[in-house]
Write a protein that binds this ligand. Structure first.
Ligand SMILES: NC(=O)c1ccc[n+]([C@@H]2O[C@H](COP(=O)([O-])OP(=O)(O)OC[C@H]3O[C@@H](n4cnc5c(N)ncnc54)[C@H](O)[C@@H]3O)[C@@H](O)[C@H]2O)c1
Ligand SMILES: O=P(O)(O)OC[C@H]1O[C@H](O[C@H]2[C@H](O)[C@@H](O)[C@@H](O)O[C@@H]2CO)[C@H](O)[C@@H](O)[C@@H]1O
Ligand SMILES: [Mn+2]
Length: 449
């Protein structure tokens, strides 16, 4: 097996150490020659990199080199794979994305509704620059992007790089949900075969099969409604916010039992409930700053102080394993089936060709080959079309510097609906994102009646 040169863009991410542990666990499936971190924030990356150096020395001695840098050329030259995990504006801006809508009684979430729009308008420019840079220095590298909001980023990259066959957008949420299904069934997550359709953070499992073709869907539905549903992946199993999110799946399956929902649908199907349970002073960003970020930095400090991993517990999670299994299937033409984002082109027969949909695909060394879904029925089609229009309008707003398109996007979104409220949220978001957003051309002010 050819050994790969991997670059991780956003080396300072809170997910990096988990990714490194997954690379160690998956070294047979995805052997590496070198790992290089690239980040624009030298200090943030250095702490994670210094800890990584020690982890790799102990657990990946056969690796030929580990490097970290803030120099694009040095990082991106000779890459076989580039994993992209950046967060434009950092967790500080995530907090604003979540707080601003809540002040107007709308859902405050990083990828859904107004928060997703704000994060998207910040991320698009950096993502386009990055893909251009990667293509300049490593024209043939595979790019696996999981930078959020993945749906909006994927739509912008589809428009900007229509012929790029080696750029794949991906999300771990379906796989994380499948870890809990696997727990119910007493199976390994990679032994389950999903049937699924939708948009990123906006989809449904229609069936869960095993590799022998046995259908386990009804068993899972029954278990969820009768015994409850809990997160089982190590990263989220003990997190109160994720526990609540998985609990909400019980409600969704009870109300809409036809298919098994992505957890993110809670924000679109129960927006009032979602607003009620939020505390503006302790939104998810604050919990992550005080939780995962602190935990990862403390862990890195301990490893560096001990010059060893002997006093820390390092875990492998589905996030890293999933990305790596997808990468391995592209590198070695495994033809495994994974849920990824692709341009629709008839996969979901009654949705537009140019929608970026999330569906199971055969992953090969020529890219993802989506498996046909066929026609979807009215409820799902209606929900998806509204969300798709919102996503496209956000990207239109970016390219056209259009206040009006941004206002249309928010008004259309199920988490906002009301036009005056959409305008208030948009104006507050413009103010908060001055440093990051393209300038949106002014529109008529709200008319007082
Ligand atoms: N798609 C998914 O399912 C999925 C799952 C997990 C995380 N994510 C995404 O991964 C990203 C990282 O998340 P995090 O919470 O660890 O954030 P983080 O802020 O801890 O990490 C992001 C890192 O990227 C760096 N960065 C920012 N802009 C950059 C640029 N232009 N070039 C290079 N580096 C840059 C930052 O300095 C930081 O070190 C986010 O976009 C998050 O939404 C996606
Ligand atoms: O609120 P956060 O920062 O905890 O999570 C936001 C991300 O949530 C999903 O990713 C999960 C993932 O599904 C799970 O396997 C595990 O690795 O935790 C992640 C979050 O902690 C979602 O798919 C991502 O897009 C979000 O960034
Ligand atoms: Mn995701």
């Amino acid at each position: 097996m050819k050994k790969q040169n991997l670059v991780v863009v956003g080396g300072g991410s809170t997910y990096t150490i988990g990714m490194i542990m997954s690379l160690v666990a998956e070294k047979e499936q995805f052997p590496l020659r070198t790992i290089t971190f690239y980040d624009t924030n030298a200090d943030r990356q250095e702490k994670i990199a210094k800890a990584t150096e020690i982890i790799l020395r102990e657990k990946y001695p056969e690796l030929e080199g580990f490097y970290y840098t803030t120099d694009k050329e040095e990082a991106l030259t000779n890459a076989d794979f580039v994993f992209v995990q950046i967060r434009t504006g950092g967790l500080a801006m995530r907090e604003k994305d979540e707080q601003i809508p809540l002040r107007h009684e709308a859902v405050g979430q990083e990828t859904c509704g107004p928060g997703g729009m704000a994060y998207g308008l910040r991320s698009i420019g950096d993502m386009i620059d990055l893909v251009n840079d990667i293509r300049h220095y490593s024209p043939d590298a595979w790019i696996l992007n999981y930078t959020n909001p993945a749906a909006i980023v994927a739509e912008a990259l589809r428009r900007e790089f229509p012929d790029d066959q080696k750029l794949l957008n991906i999300c771990d949420m379906p796989a994380a949900i499948m870890v809990s299904y696997a727990g119910i069934l007493g199976k390994d997550v990679f032994d389950l075969v999903p049937e699924y359709f939708g948009l990123n953070h906006f989809g449904w499992f229609t069936k869960i099969l095993d590799k022998d073709g046995k259908d386990h869907t009804d068993t899972i539905k029954r278990a969820i409604t009768e015994d409850g549903f809990i997160p089982e992946d190590a990263e989220i199993a003990n997190d109160p916010s994720w526990i609540k999110t998985f609990k909400q799946v019980e409600q969704m399956v009870t109300d809409f039992p036809e298919y098994l929902p992505n957890t993110y649908l809670q924000y679109y199907l129960y927006p009032s409930q979602m607003v009620e349970k939020e505390d503006e002073n302790n939104t998810r960003a604050r919990q992550v700053i005080n939780g995962r970020e602190k935990r990862v930095h403390t862990l890195a400090d301990q490893i560096i102080a001990d010059n060893s991993t002997e006093n820390v517990e390092l875990e492998v999670d589905i996030h890293g394993r999933y990305m790596i299994r997808v990468a391995a299937s592209m590198a070695y033409n495994n033809g495994d089936i994974f849920i990824v984002m692709v341009e629709n082109n008839g996969t979901i027969a009654n949705l537009p060709d140019d929608a970026m949909v999330e569906v199971p695909s055969l992953i090969t060394n020529r890219g993802p080959k989506p498996l046909a879904v066929g026609h979807i029925s009215t409820f799902y089609k209606g929900l998806i079309e509204g969300q798709l229009a919102y996503e496209k309008l956000v990207v239109d707003a970016y390219y056209e510097n259009s206040y009006e398109k941004a206002l249309q996007a928010l008004t259309l979104n199920r988490t906002v609906v009301d036009a005056p409220r959409a305008r208030k949220i948009l104006d507050d978001m413009i103010d908060a994102n001055k440093e990051y957003w393209p300038k949106l051309h002014a529109n008529k002010k709200a008319v007082t009646v």
